[in-house]
Design a protein around this ligand. Structure first.
Ligand code: HEC
Length: 414
């Protein structure tokens, strides 16, 4: 592991991208290399704290010609709809399915709420908001090709052939010498960002206080790794699901992860694909029998849908939709099509996170009913985004500002 230096770049203006600012200014800091221990022969197995049933309603659409599924990227947003990209160009969901709107190969695609789809490729960074437009951020890239894009909350992470940049809506940070990422995996609030293709196969860029450090995973027995909620790093070792666990301050080991509470379960194997939800940090895995979601210690397992071929690509978009491709069909479950209702989602969220103070007889004003939540909706989003609520600082369960915002955008469904 080594410390990473970065510099702040003055941005001319990318003001049209009104992203909220959240990145702390930082300086590089050194740390010690993590040693990796061979797991003892009877290494403990990471078991779920709870297992529930997951019912997935997948819808399917044919992958248009030109979307090579291996490099397939999907972005989706309540307001913007769905876009997909790959070798064959940029596609936007229209009445007749995904329709090509540009032929230049796409190597990064994310939805920026209220702005448009950010599209990266050989030509740098562009924005699609009904037409493909140049961005002033492009100037900071100085002509470099974009190799990957990701979001971490309000930040946009931009991998280029010669660097790694983070845009927080106001300023741009550049990590030196971390060029060539073919994928960047992060989620809102993750302190680990997994980089694919930088200095070898896999590395973890870890935020430690005000600094960042880089941990190479070369020599470790995983081909895929993702950050997950609760500070987890989950990976695949020849299709077996494993988790990176610290066994001492300097050493880590990979442990098998079981998806059932069955004492005889020696860990999930035959995993075809996995993906992290950029909003919640939930990690989805697709095996030959099942589709599972791991969030903290909780595991939800559903049946693998009939007709789904070998999955070569899984992705979760910022709206919580799961996307799976088997090379012929693009499957999706949940996400922007799903309307957030008060009774279904918001009331329960309030019950779990707010009612201890905002319930009858609590220390704060009563805010329980549909009408009360409608009246204060914008203020509630504000309080959640700023972190002022919950006032006791307890971690939120079952959602956050995004959930309330989607409820507002969906027209306050009861
Ligand atoms: C530990 C107690 C506590 C919890 C938990 C809590 N609040 Fe509050 N909240 C307060 C207090 C105290 C105030 C200030 C007095 C008031 O407005 O009633 C407040 C005020 C507010 C206000 C009004 C702010 C203003 O400036 O007008 C909103 C909106 C709000 N809370 C939303 C929430 C939401 C949403 C949750 C749950 C996610 C939550 N609160 C959880 C204690 C809490």
């Amino acid at each position: 592991m080594r410390s990473i230096r970065f510099r702040q770049i003055a941005l001319a203006s990318w003001a049209s991208l009104a992203l909220a600012s959240s990145l702390a200014a930082c300086g590089g800091e050194a740390g010690d290399k993590d040693g990796v221990e061979a797991p003892p022969s009877e290494a403990p197995i990471v078991r779920p704290a709870s297992v529930e049933e997951l019912s997935l309603e997948l819808s399917a659409q044919e992958l248009p010609e030109g979307l090579v599924s291996g490099g397939l990227l999907v972005a989706s947003d309540v307001a913007l709809g769905v876009a997909a990209g790959g070798e064959g160009g940029l596609f936007v969901q229209g009445a007749g399915g995904l329709e090509r709107v540009d032929e230049a190969p796409v190597s990064g695609l994310v939805a920026i709420e209220g702005v448009g789809f950010l599209v990266g490729g050989q030509g740098g960074l562009k924005i699609w908001d009904g037409a493909l437009k140049d961005t002033t951020l492009d100037e900071a890239l100085a002509g470099a090709s974009v190799t990957a894009l990701a979001t971490r909350g309000a930040e946009v992470w931009i991998g280029t052939e010669d660097g790694l940049l983070v845009f927080d809506g106001a300023s741009l940070l550049a990590f030196e010498g971390l060029g060539g990422a073919s994928a960047i995996h992060a989620f809102e609030g993750s302190t680990d960002v997994l980089l694919v293709g930088v200095e070898g196969a896999l590395s973890v860029l870890r935020q430690e206080g005000q600094g960042w450090s880089l941990h190479g995973l070369d020599g470790e027995p995983v081909q895929v790794a993702l950050p997950g909620a609760g500070g987890r790093i989950l990976g695949l070792d020849e299709g077996a699901l494993v988790e990176r666990v610290s066994v001492s301050p300097e050493a880590a080991a990979w442990r098998a992860v079981a998806l059932s509470e069955d004492a005889g379960d020696t860990g999930a194997a035959g995993i075809e694909a996995m993906a992290v939800d950029p909003s919640s940090g939930a990690v989805w895995v697709v095996s030959a029998e099942a589709i599972a979601r791991l969030e903290g210690g909780a595991v939800a397992v559903g049946e693998r849908p009939e007709g789904l071929g070998g999955v070569d690509r899984a992705q979760v978009t910022g709206d919580g939709a799961l996307w799976l491709s088997d090379g012929v069909t693009l499957w999706s479950a949940g996400g922007q099509a799903e309307v957030v209702g008060f009774e279904d989602r918001v009331a329960g969220f309030g019950e779990d996170n707010c009612a201890r103070c905002h319930g009858d007889g609590g220390v704060a004003h009563v805010m329980v009913s549909y009408e009360q939540w409608v009246a204060e909706a914008e203020q509630i989003v504000d309080e959640l985004e700023s972190g002022r609520m919950p006032a006791d600082g307890r971690p939120l369960v079952g959602g956050g500002a995004e959930l309330v915002r989607r409820w507002i955008e969906g027209g306050f469904a009861p």
